[in-house]
Design a protein around this ligand. Structure first.
Ligand code: FAD
Length: 386
């Protein structure tokens, strides 16, 4: 289809990537975000090869490589500092044809924002609903403004307002753990500069991976009841207590982090949805399939959505609603499967059944590197770019 006007709600990874793809397809695109200033939640993100391939296709490969870290291997270590598994990831890159890039979120957001162009991103616009008729869809904003287009894309995250207009109210499920994350200066005393290390034990984990700019993205995770709050000033005290007795690099990381710049998040997801579209409204990214981050695929799936949605609009001519139905058919099962797979992994990592978690620690020692690589390759190669 030609000459479409696309209204996108949300200027996160999903909304911006969709904006870039739709623009390249020749469409008129406007993005609206409720934030007054775009600031990503979270410090880093690992873009696996399926997400990277889409960004390559959009012409962003070189820029992404410049902000990405060079992660060549991953290692699981126990909280008593025993190596449980070591996987050289380079055979994976050979198999799938592209390396992944761990990046600082601010760098990624800036890259996408600049590639889309700031002039068509409208901030301070809180979408409260969407209406549609046979010919158009209209986003309604808290300030009373109404913006119409041929379609409205709800890329407005886990607490999506657009989602309510497609499938009704959906509650976020708390995943029973807290995640802390941030960036520190790369230091070989913390981690090998080309390694993704994960310390695990007692149903908790602590991890570091390289991102561009000579930094490590780090995260910690620990089971916790819902509703706890700790002021940023006390980040180090809290982590030092939870990870007391863990290996030296973990202790050094806690000392090295900037407490005011360390995020503390309660992690959740949503049940797979019955529908991702309704007429001229499409859900995309976390609004469609928010997941726990234990597979590192949430952002990658948002990027895949952008590619697939644009492809169906661009390569079919029955009508917008028809293209959206095709998008739903292509994305629903893949994303649902990953949400449920991540949920299962979350339960294993964070000790929902402590015996199963202990068993997983011993299984890690037995698991051949090839099976880790094959599992990762399977997810990557099932993406829209193969
Ligand atoms: P968001 O990034 O949430 O963006 C939504 C945007 O919509 C925001 O800018 C918001 O301001 C705006 N908005 C919200 N409501 C409204 C409204 N009513 N009106 C207007 N605007 C609105 N994924 C990976 O691929 N790899 C990883 O390694 C990885 N690690 C993760 C680690 C953690 C701790 C977490 C929490 C997630 C991780 N993810 C990862 C998942 C990834 O961050 C998300 O899947 C991704 O950010 C979703 O992008 P999005 O654009 O759909 O939503």
């Amino acid at each position: 289809m030609y000459n479409l006007k696309v209204v996108i709600i949300g200027a996160g990874i999903g909304g911006l990537t969709t904006g870039i793809a739709m623009r390249q397809a020749g469409y008129q695109v406007e993005i609206y975000d409720r934030a007054q200033e775009l600031r990503p939640a979270g410090a880093g993100i690992s873009l696996w090869s399926n997400g990277v391939k889409v960004l390559n296709h959009l012409g962003l490969g070189e820029k992404l490589a410049a902000i990405g870290g060079e992660m060549n291997a991953m290692e699981y270590r126990s909280h008593t500092d025993e190596s449980l598994s070591y996987v050289d990831l380079r055979p994976l890159f050979e198999q799938v044809g592209q390396r992944p890039y761990p990046v600082a979120r601010t760098d990624l957001q800036t890259m996408l924002f600049e590639a889309f162009g700031p002039e068509d991103v409208h901030l301070g616009m809180n979408c409260v609903g969407v209406e549609q008729d046979e010919h158009s869809a209209t986003a309604i904003f808290e300030n009373g403004e109404r913006i119409s287009g041929d379609l409205v894309v709800g890329a407005d995250g886990i607490h999506s307002a657009v989602r309510a207009c497609v499938v009704g109210q959906v509650e976020r499920r708390y995943a029973r753990y807290v995640n802390w994350n941030g960036l520190v200066k790369a230091d070989p005393e913390l981690c090998d500069p080309n390694l993704w290390v994960l310390y695990v034990g007692d149903s908790k984990r602590a991890s570091m991976m390289p991102v561009g700019g000579d930094r490590f993205y780090f995260f910690f995770g620990a089971p916790m009841v819902e509703g706890t709050h700790v002021e940023p000033t006390y980040r180090q005290e809290e982590l030092a207590k939870i990870f007391q007795g863990w290996p030296e690099p973990v202790q050094k990381l806690i000392q090295a982090l900037d407490p005011e710049q360390t995020n503390r998040l309660e992690i959740g997801d949503i049940d797979p949805l019955e529908h991702l579209v309704k007429g001229r409204i499409a859900l995309l990214g976390d609004s469609a399939h928010a997941t726990t981050p234990t597979l590192g695929q949430g952002g990658c799936q948002a990027i895949e959505d952008a590619e697939v949605l644009t492809r169906y609009l661009h390569t079919t001519n029955i009508g917008v609603a028809d293209a959206l139905k095709r998008y739903e058919a292509a994305r629903k099962d893949r994303t649902a499967e990953l949400v449920l797979k991540a949920r299962k992994r979350t339960s294993l990592i964070y000790g929902y059944v402590p015996e199963a978690t202990e068993q997983w620690y011993s299984d890690l020692k037995q698991e051949p590197p090839e099976s880790v690589i094959n599992a990762l390759a399977k997810v990557i190669l099932a993406g829209p770019m193969g």
